[in-house]
Design a protein around this ligand. Structure first.
Ligand SMILES: Nc1ncnc2c1ncn2[C@@H]1O[C@@H]2COP(=O)(O)O[C@H]2[C@H]1O
Length: 308
């Protein structure tokens, strides 16, 4: 069936109101999940203004706005890669008016969300574990690394893979719908910089899907441009590291990635007048992409894509 992706938040910092959040559902099946929730309601409003929600049919007796209806009835669950604020701020802010949902995450992420965020002090405890009183709106569902799970009330399965994001554990989600697959990455550094093998483990795990031409696309970060020294990447990718990791995937799969859609998430805006990362990073990716030939796409808030 392939995947229908609406960008609710595209960037990796500074700019509140446009932070990582991707609404994803199988093409033709509107029951969606959100991968990360840095910006939620504002992202739905921008998506609505750009016409990305036009095929959502509101019932005649609907009481909500279209963004409200999609939030309440379209989004079945959150998948949270890690608990940094730019990945959860929208979830916190929308929670007083949210519908009951599950939050799927690795245990390390659930721990921070329930202990440090929805804890009755930073925010009311909307979850079903942690400090009482527990309002129970959100049901935490721990994912086990490498174990596929069916996402309730959707046509999707997910497999979580741990990532190294500096001192924090982050997560990649392999989403599957029928025989189709796509990869969503939370924040991650390159293996060589993080002194680990977590990306290599993912490339090995998805190599058979690439060989079978079932991997429809990849959402992955590229936070900084190539002028950033490795010592200040803080668990993020820059163009040369992203290109190197995609080459590692191609090598693991023994199959050309040419034409593979790669959504370049989490670009960090800059306050400098010169050298806008939104032009520098795509230029650096283009320059290094001649052999690989993947299809880099820079997301914009409210953009909708279909990968089939
Ligand atoms: N050691 C550090 N010193 C200064 N800033 C940091 C450090 N580690 C992380 N950061 C910044 O804090 C941000 C937290 O969110 P991100 O990981 O997206 O990006 C991170 C950097 O911009």
């Amino acid at each position: 069936a392939g995947f229908d992706i609406t960008v609710l938040g595209a960037r990796g910092g500074l700019e509140d109101g446009n932070l990582s959040a991707y609404m994803i559902h199988p093409i033709g099946d509107p029951r969606a999940i959100l991968c990360d929730a840095g910006t939620v309601l504002h992202g739905l409003q921008v998506a609505d203004q750009r016409g990305a929600l036009d095929d959502t049919r509101l019932p005649a007796d609907a009481t909500e706005t279209r963004p409200g209806f999609v939030l309440h009835h379209g989004i079945a669950a959150y998948l949270i890669s890690h608990a940094h604020l730019d990945h959860v701020a929208g979830l916190v802010l929308v929670s007083p008016d949210d519908s009951a949902k599950s939050i799927y995450a690795l245990p390390s992420v659930t721990t921070v969300l329930s202990r440090d965020l929805f804890n009755g002090a930073v925010w009311p405890n909307n979850g079903d574990i942690g400090t009482p009183p527990r309002l129970g709106l959100y049901h935490y569902q721990d994912l086990a690394a490498g174990q596929p799970v069916t996402l309730a009330h959707t046509g999707l399965r997910v497999t979580a893979f741990p990532l190294s994001h500096g001192s924090v554990e982050s997560t990649a989600f392999l989403l599957q719908s029928g025989t189709d697959a796509m990869l969503y990455f939370g924040d991650t550094g390159a293996d060589a910089v993080e002194h680990g093998t977590r990306l290599q483990a993912i490339w090995q795990a998805v190599a058979p899907l690439v060989r079978a031409h079932r991997l429809r696309g990849i959402v992955i970060e590229c936070s900084y441009d190539d002028t950033r020294p490795d010592s200040q990447l803080w668990g993020h990718l820059s163009p040369r590291w992203l290109l190197r990791e995609l080459t590692a995937l191609q090598d693991a799969a023994h199959t050309p990635l040419r034409g593979m859609p790669v959504l370049v998430a989490h670009i960090k805006p800059s306050l400098r007048r010169d050298a806008d990362p939104l032009s520098v990073i795509p230029a650096e990716l283009r320059e290094g992409n001649r052999d690989l030939g993947v299809n880099f796409i820079v997301p914009e808030q409210g953009m909708r894509l279909q990968w089939r």
